[in-house]
Design a protein around this ligand. Structure first.
Ligand SMILES: NC(=O)c1ccc[n+]([C@@H]2O[C@H](COP(=O)([O-])OP(=O)(O)OC[C@H]3O[C@@H](n4cnc5c(N)ncnc54)[C@H](OP(=O)(O)O)[C@@H]3O)[C@@H](O)[C@H]2O)c1
Length: 283
């Protein structure tokens, strides 16, 4: 991914603690894999409901089984992390990657109101609470926060209404946190990928990636994100076409961007419905 002499590798090797959420698949799994191989001196922790493949606990790795939608589970795991950080004696900077998240495609409140509220809990409350609980230790040691937002953060998005709004929250929160934290040696990077080949689309209720042939790999997202951190950026939109989209959509009046989004997303909505009907008719 990067050469041994690159500034990205020396940037990553500054950290003695790395905490990733959602390392069991997709973008988070790639963050874990890249950091684990490029920064072999760091103690790496993963927080997700399932253990990442080939991520066995050892002297420098630990998986915490944790549902981050549940406030008490998150608080318990944060307390354990803090105790480990204090108990282990190594005092280097912390890299925290807030990556866990999901979306749901459909007309609000599809599939149900509780699902939308859980999405806000995971996409917004969990990063705020986890970062806040670890913050005193991060301030003391110095560090870097990575918040995995989305291209959807830049405009209101019908049929992904709650998801896009949750990512707008994460983007704005991350940018403000960066301004506060940089005075104390803590930076925050908002990562805004466009469509990326992961389990995200299946979980969100799309039959397939919505724009076939147009999309990123988790490796591309992570490579660009590590470069952005090493350059001291506060936000990165992954992929050139997505940079253009973000540039224009954030300059449009919000109501206009929403109605443009409605036209585009309604077409995507019809496609899986038509395919389901065709399959049902064929039986
Ligand atoms: N793929 C895209 O097109 C795309 C685009 C823009 C932004 N993103 C963002 O990228 C991030 C990663 O998504 P992905 O694309 O890699 O999708 P993914 O493959 O579905 O991965 C989602 C990760 O989140 C974890 N997670 C889900 N619910 C959780 C919970 N309740 N508690 C703890 N962890 C939970 C999952 O782990 P467990 O199931 O094991 O808990 C999994 O590791 C998300 O924040 C997503 O919004 C994705």
């Amino acid at each position: 991914m990067f050469s041994e002499e690159s500034k990205e590798v020396s940037f990553l090797r500054r950290f003695s603690w790395v905490v990733v959420t959602g390392g069991s698949s997709g973008i988070g799994a790639e963050f874990l894999r890249a950091i684990d191989s490029l920064a072999p001196g760091a103690f790496v922790c993963n927080l997700s409901r399932t253990r990442p493949e080939a991520f066995t606990d050892c002297e420098r790795r630990r998986h915490f089984t944790c549902d981050l939608e549940r406030i008490e589970e998150l608080q318990a795991v944060a307390a354990e992390l803090l105790a480990m950080m204090l108990g282990r004696g190594c005092s280097g900077p912390v890299l925290l990657v807030n990556n866990s998240g999901f979306g749901a495609y459909g007309e609000f409140p599809d599939p149900n109101p509780g699902h939308n509220a859980s999405m806000v809990d995971l996409n917004c409350r969990a990063p705020v609470l986890l970062t806040g609980l670890l913050w005193p230790e991060i301030l003391r040691r110095g560090g870097q926060i990575v918040n995995v937002a989305s291209l959807a953060a830049y405009q209101p998005t019908p049929f992904l209404a709650t998801y896009a709004a949750s990512k707008a929250f994460l983007l704005h929160w991350s940018l403000a946190l960066d301004c506060e934290g940089r005075r104390h040696g803590v930076r925050s990077l908002a990562v805004c990928p466009g469509p990326t080949a992961t389990n995200f689309f299946r979980r969100a209720g799309f039959g397939e990636a919505p724009v076939p042939g147009y999309g990123l790999t988790p490796e591309q997202v992570v490579r660009e994100s590590i470069s952005a951190m090493a350059k001291g950026r506060a936000q990165v939109v992954n992929g050139f076409p997505n940079k253009l989209l973000a540039f224009f959509s954030q300059r449009m009046p919000k109501a206009f961007a929403a109605s443009m989004g409605w036209r585009l997303m309604a077409r995507l909505r019809l496609k899986p419905l038509r395919e389901a009907k065709r399959r049902a008719d064929a039986k």
